[in-house]
Write a protein that binds this ligand. Sequence first.
Ligand code: ZN
Ligand code: ZN
Length: 134
Amino acid sequence: METSNILETHNLSKTPCRVDIIDTLLATEVALTEQQLKENLKFDYDRATIFRTLKTFSEKGIIHCVPVEGNEVYYAISKPNYKQTLSHAHFHCSTCGGVYCLNSISIAEPQLPDGFAAQGYELTINGCCRKCKE
Ligand SMILES: [Zn+2]
Ligand SMILES: [Zn+2]
């Protein structure tokens, strides 16, 4: 999936900041905090522009937030079918701090007691990633 396709699919115009953010998130294997994202962008944008762009992307389902315990929010690009699967697991490496989307493993939907309706659920696995194990 290319950046311009992603923007076109969601009826978003190609602003430099939007293109830059998607390019950066597509190029990285891990999810990024707003600060890490800023450091990896090709150009400098003011904070408000980045914030607004991330908000738009979240609303459109282009990216999603990964809450990591005790830390800030990480942002990751969503797979095109992300909305269909209720959720996917994330992996947080306690050695390097890397946050990965685990799109390939399936997690069973929790069975709720009568009268409860789920809107989503989060599974974050803590441990040591492939890179740090080597
Ligand atoms: Zn690691
Ligand atoms: Zn994810």
